[in-house]
Design a protein around this ligand. Sequence first.
Ligand code: TYD
Length: 143
Amino acid sequence: MQVIKYVFQPHGDERGQLVALEEFKDIPFKIKRVYYMYDTATGVIRGFHAHKSLQQILICIHGSCKIRLDNGKEKKVVPLEKPYEGLYVSNNMWREMYDFSPDAVLMVLASELYDELDYIRSYEEFLEFVKNCRDTTIVEGAV
Ligand code: TYD
């Protein structure tokens, strides 16, 4: 299972760091939605779903958390602890987010607007769905 972690280029100088993300340049899709999670209570696990077509990039812009990815065959845990790292999560991937530090801000860039019909919230349904999918999307040109 391929995990795609982008390392974005910070524009740093003596004033500090700045990261700029442009669709199709730094991000492999058109960004239609941005959302973020913060003040996550200790011990909480979020997610527990996959998507039929949504692609996302997860960036922990402050603090840290872990992402468990599951393509139906394999599972991988990816720690996110740098504001210049982005984890690409393709549609056909079960995800769980956990181990949030109290100061964690997890920002998500999404390829589609919010649509409850795009969610797969049953793990059994997810396993059926991935049986009929091609393998996990491979993104060319990850930086
Ligand atoms: P939810 O899907 O439960 O988040 P998680 O990724 O942890 O499963 O979303 C929490 C609430 O926020 C739910 O009422 C739906 C709403 N929501 C939106 O309105 N827009 C969005 O883009 C997202 C991601 C969630």
